[in-house]
Design a protein around this ligand. Structure first.
Ligand SMILES: [Zn+2]
Length: 261
């Protein structure tokens, strides 16, 4: 990595994406900052019983942070204060904690793959913060799917709704052609088949009607919506989203998705 353009103290608001142990007592923390993009820093002494960060350096925690940027690859975290209640601390969600944790990890992992170091991406930060909040404000089976489709849209890789990439005409989509990155109509019909309900959910999601999407009660369309969002993202980042497989939300890796990895 090239040397930083400047050195010195800075502040940001950030979501913790993941952490690693460093030596006997410290931790490396990877965060998505509103103003600084992907931040990789050292939290010295963070694994001591008494430390200035308390238990705040957990994945999905939303923090006000102060850091120091030196000449190396890793910045130094000097303070971290909570911005809001951690998503897993909401009392009414305790029973669903494991599932909620898996969903949050999937969001953090996907956002982490798209963030660039020392490159601001406030739209990505904002999407992640809203996505994590919605885990308790709109608990819905569609939540991870909605996040992934919006992320794909932000990256510019989401297919155009209502357009067929086969005949290049406006059309009702019946399938999603991952090779060509778009939907296909009944006449062209290439790619993974779509339920009509799934096609409607995707369209609502891509046209910004997220609240309507999350308000739907759906069965198989919910998992299809999520699975296709995962496949679009995985194709783009060229690796599996491991958090989703870990919690078993994607039953099996489709053959064409694994070929794309
Ligand atoms: Zn067509």
């Amino acid at each position: 990595m090239s040397p930083p353009e400047w050195t010195g103290p800075y502040r940001d608001r950030a979501v913790v994406l993941r952490t690693y142990r460093l030596g006997e007592t410290s931790r490396i923390v990877v965060m998505l900052g509103e103003a600084h993009g992907l931040i990789r820093c050292v939290a010295k002494g963070a694994r001591k019983v008494r430390n200035r960060f308390g238990g705040r350096l957990q994945p999905a925690t939303h923090l006000n942070v102060r850091l120091w940027r030196g000449r190396g690859d890793l910045d130094t975290l000097t303070s971290a204060e909570s911005v809001e209640l951690h998503p897993f601390e909401h009392p009414r969600l305790l029973a669903d904690k494991l599932e909620l944790f898996g969903k949050a990890m999937a969001m953090l992992e996907a956002a982490g793959h798209l963030a660039l170091e020392r490159t601001p991406n406030p739209a990505l930060y904002d999407l992640l913060v809203r996505g994590l909040r919605s885990l308790h404000t709109h608990p819905s089976p569609l939540i991870v799917g909605a996040f992934l489709w919006r992320l794909a849209q932000l990256e510019g890789i989401a297919p155009a709704p209502g357009f067929c990439v086969g005949c290049e005409e406006p059309a009702n989509p019946v399938a999603l052609d991952l090779e060509r990155g778009g939907f296909t109509c009944a006449g062209c019909c290439r790619g993974a088949p779509l339920r009509p309900e799934t096609a409607r959910i995707i369209r609502d999601s891509l046209e910004g009607r997220t609240a309507a999407v999350l308000g739907r009660t759906t069965g198989q369309a919910a998992s299809e919506f999520e699975r296709l969002g995962v496949r679009i993202l995985e194709r783009h980042i060229e690796r599996p989203l491991r958090a989703l497989y870990f919690v078993g939300r994607v039953a099996s890796l489709p053959s064409d998705a694994s070929a794309a990895v």
